[in-house]
Design a protein around this ligand. Structure first.
Ligand code: HSE
Length: 485
């Protein structure tokens, strides 16, 4: 991270102190958090003295215009090295020896910016479910205030995928080509589709239906984990594709390490009814798995008193006639695809907050470049037509969430744009997985459109914050093959 540059006019906040109130902040290495004095949200509400977290790499040049603004996706943080690490480094797409690279955390996210975990000055309580609606446009306006205070005069290119792509489109639309010189939008849309809104809704409903949700007034030490985990599991399915799952898992049984990762902990069953109950409630993370009044037979996901780790693929089963244990091979009811989903759900609840998830999915739902843009008659094609910057649109062939046709729509209506298709079976998340292809596409686009910067002499930058070890140990879990190319 650039240690030399500080916000001139914004108060720098003590990250460690903030992390005492919001433990998720600790998951992001070496970011800065500043206090923005005031912003009027799109809703008309004025917010005061609120935090924005950001992280930078490289040095700002004398003219303040060698700036790459990278915008993160739904559950991302300001730490680009954690989720797009293989694109960041000397001679890569995001080259800190030439560009000043900045990623600012979106509001609603639990990773440092203004969120449901922030304290309301008036009540001295976290906002929780009373956190105000923050839109993509609100993010862009708040982030602009931070860029101004850092001395940024123009953005060489704004780049983002998924929600990050929405921010990138808004940056270009709000501030125009004098301030934002180039745009790269990946796997995103001009407005959030009915399909995406519906998935957001289904995920929020998972959280609402967790009895621990308590209308959002849950204590931070007892949050609605099962609802949040279920929300992430269904979200994850929309981020991948049927074919990638079939190829990866088919009908495989989880290996012992996969079972261990997904914490499938079972105690021995002593009767048919106990065994049936175990199968029936298998995967229900807050289940007691016992009849009211009887002794528990299945531990919850967080139970550390494991007696044994078994699965229904074992050879111990029950005779339906006698009700006694008998050595037979039962039908498989626990599959590798399930252990993967459960593991992902568990991984997520350790790094995200339920109210934040609700706030940020609502932000996605508000996204519509045409909304309230009367100067364009709220006509989406006219708004896209007003984006004059050289633009690269990148779509994923198998993306079922932000479909390739939505990328075609963007490219068809943004006049100075080029469309690239990534052939990948991975679905939407390919924008976070197909590093090599994305690196090449963005690098070539910048070479073509930011020549004076890409051809400038490289300057030294502090790369101590970037190393393979950090990428491998990503708190957010980069793909397993991240370092393989
Ligand atoms: N996997 C990404 C997908 C959202 O586009 C995330 O969690 O942010």
């Amino acid at each position: 991270m650039s240690r030399t540059l500080k916000c001139e006019s914004l108060k720098e906040l003590d990250v460690n102190e903030l992390a005492r109130e919001n433990p998720f902040i600790k998951l992001v290495n070496n970011q800065r958090i500043v206090e923005v004095p005031e912003l009027i949200l799109e809703s008309g509400l004025k917010i005061r003295n609120f935090p924005i977290a950001y992280k930078t790499w490289g040095q700002l040049n004398a003219t303040g215009d060698n700036v790459l603004v990278i915008c993160h996706a739904l559950t991302g943080s300001s730490d680009v090295s954690d989720w797009w690490g293989p694109l960041l480094g000397n001679d890569l797409a995001f080259d800190p020896s030439r560009f000043f690279i900045i990623c600012l955390n979106s509001m609603g996210s639990p990773y440092g910016s203004f969120s449901p975990l922030s304290y309301d000055e008036e009540t001295n309580e976290p906002y929780g479910p009373e956190f105000p609606l923050c839109t993509v446009r609100d993010d862009v306006r708040a982030h602009r205030l931070v860029l101004d205070s850092l001395g940024v005069k123009a953005i060489a290119c704004v780049i983002g995928g998924s929600m990050g792509g929405m921010l990138a489109l808004e940056w270009s639309t709000i501030y125009g080509e004098d301030y934002v010189k180039n745009l790269v939008a990946l796997a995103t849309s001009a407005r959030h589709s009915a399909w995406c809104i519906s998935w957001s809704e289904a995920q929020r409903q998972s959280i609402y239906s967790d009895p621990k949700y308590l209308d959002g007034y849950y204590p931070l030490d007892d949050p609605p984990l099962s609802g949040l985990s279920a929300a992430r599991m269904s979200a994850l399915l929309t981020y991948r594709s049927r074919n990638s799952f079939e190829k990866k898992f088919a009908r495989k049984t989880p290996s012992p390490w996969q079972k261990e990762k997904s914490r499938q902990v079972k105690r021995a069953a002593h009767s048919i009814s106990e065994k049936s109950l175990q199968i029936h409630n298998d995967g229900h993370i807050s289940s007691e798995s016992k009849r009211p009044g009887s002794i528990s037979t299945t531990s919850s996901l967080n139970d550390s008193n494991d007696e044994s780790i078994t699965s229904y693929g074992s050879t111990t089963s029950l005779s339906s006639v006698t009700g006694e244990l008998k050595e037979v091979k039962p039908a498989q009811t626990y599959f590798s695809a399930q252990s993967y989903l459960r593991y992902q759900g568990t991984k997520f609840i350790h790094r995200f907050d339920a109210n934040s998830y609700i706030a940020i999915t609502r932000k996605l739902d508000t996204h519509d470049l045409a909304r309230d843009r009367m100067e364009y008659d709220e006509d989406i094609e006219k708004v896209l037509n007003s984006i004059k910057q050289p633009t690269l649109v990148i779509g994923i062939s198998s993306d079922g969430l932000f479909t390739f046709s939505e990328q075609e729509f963007l490219a068809d209506h943004i006049p100075n744009s080029r469309l690239e298709k990534i052939q990948s079976p991975e679905g939407h998340d390919a924008f976070l997985l197909e590093f090599k292809l994305i690196n090449e596409l963005i690098k070539n686009f910048l070479k073509e459109n930011c020549k004076t910067i890409t051809e400038s002499s490289p300057v030294k930058w502090d790369c101590s914050d970037l190393n393979n070890e950090e990428i491998k140990n990503s708190v957010f879990g980069e793909a397993e093959e991240v370092t393989n190319w």
